[in-house]
Design a protein around this ligand. Structure first.
Ligand code: NAP
Length: 303
């Protein structure tokens, strides 16, 4: 019976991945989280008794190599979902990305795990000016340099039922006036269900590569807001574009003054990134025929 180790299992993608993997009666999942609070959110996932009996939860410090090695014992596949968009004084990109990848790859070396999938962000490279994308790029390199075959999946904005990105888009689409920074920035949203399918395919096929996987359509943030309003049957909102330089200045002041600012320049930079990639090579490698269409995705996540 294949067993999947999932670190960062309590996040949006992790909980979804657990449900999808456990649909197969021959699969077990070991969910790794870093707190009792996070473990409780996994116990809240609605699973039938048979599926629940194939799920175990372990609380582990993502920097503790020995504890991670213990969690990985007997597992066949690993998926590393730990990551942050916003760095704070107490939660740095280096700790969340590079350090956790370093510890996990060391823990997997010599273990039963035959494959690791690492989730990253489109545009991540070690040489990026943006601190988040650079950190993700370095973390990717750590995973790919490990002894365990690894697939890096880079995705842009993910939209799923109940996640914050979908909530924020729905709020903009339902407003009469919607203020946004650089409304012409390019978005390529991908459905969370498709990302989970891709993770499962990468692990199942033991793909040893890096793939850029985006959604089926590229459109401006303004067009995405109007499309969401259309899907909801709402009148078109007036989308008012503010210069990104204004947002960056506000974010810089907040990051300078506050220990946990609501927004930081690096976070804004990731959200402002122009996402425009051809997903076909990734789909071919993953053996996925088609992606969920934008309207279908919006109907599902904005309902
Ligand atoms: N969702 C997207 O739009 C998107 C797009 C591109 C790439 N990705 C990548 O996909 C992965 C999973 O995404 P997701 O949407 O499931 O993320 P999520 O819901 O934010 O979950 C992130 C996970 O990382 C853990 N975490 C957060 N800060 C941490 C820190 N400082 N140290 C250690 N662990 C920390 C969280 O644990 P706690 O709950 O304990 O904090 C949680 O388990 C992430 O690596 C993300 O970068 C996501």
């Amino acid at each position: 019976m294949p067993t999947w180790l999932i670190t960062g299992a309590n996040g949006n993608l992790g909980k979804r991945l657990i449900e999808v993997l456990l649909e197969d009666p021959a699969t077990e999942v070991k969910a790794v989280v870093r707190s009792e609070r996070a473990a409780a959110t996994i116990r809240d996932i609605s699973l039938d008794a048979a599926a629940a009996s194939r799920l175990s939860i372990q609380i582990v410090d993502y920097h503790d190599v020995e504890a991670l090695r213990g969690a990985a014992a007997g597992c066949d596949r690993a998926v590393h979902l730990v990551g942050i968009l916003k760095e704070t004084r107490s939660a740095t990109y280096t700790d969340a990305h590079e350090a956790s990848c370093e510890a996990l790859t060391r823990a997997l070396d010599g273990s039963t795990v035959a494959h690791l999938t690492y989730m990253s962000i489109v545009g991540s490279t070690p040489g990026e000016d943006n601190a988040c994308l650079a950190s993700k790029g370095r973390a990717e390199a750590i995973c790919r340099a490990g002894a365990t075959p690894c697939c890096v999946l880079r995705v842009p904005m993910v939209l799923g039922e109940g996640d914050y990105a979908s909530f924020a888009l729905g709020k903009r689409a339902r407003s009469a006036r919607s203020f946004t920074f650089r409304a012409d920035s390019l978005e390529q949203p991908i459905y969370a269900g498709d990302v989970v399918r891709a993770i499962k395919a990468a692990g199942t096929s033991c793909l040893n590569t890096s793939l850029d996987l985006g959604g089926p359509e590229v459109l401006t943030r303004r067009a995405l807001t109007l499309r969401a309003a259309h899907v909801l049957g709402m009148p078109e909102p007036l989308v008012i574009s503010l210069p990104i330089s204004v947002g960056m200045s506000i974010a810089w002041v907040m990051a300078t003054l506050l220990a946990n600012p609501p927004v930081t320049p690096a976070m804004l930079g990731v959200l402002d990134h122009d996402d425009e990639i051809d997903p076909q090579a990734a789909l071919d490698a993953l053996g996925i025929d088609s992606l969920t269409g934008l309207d279908e995705m919006l109907k599902a996540v904005l309902a």
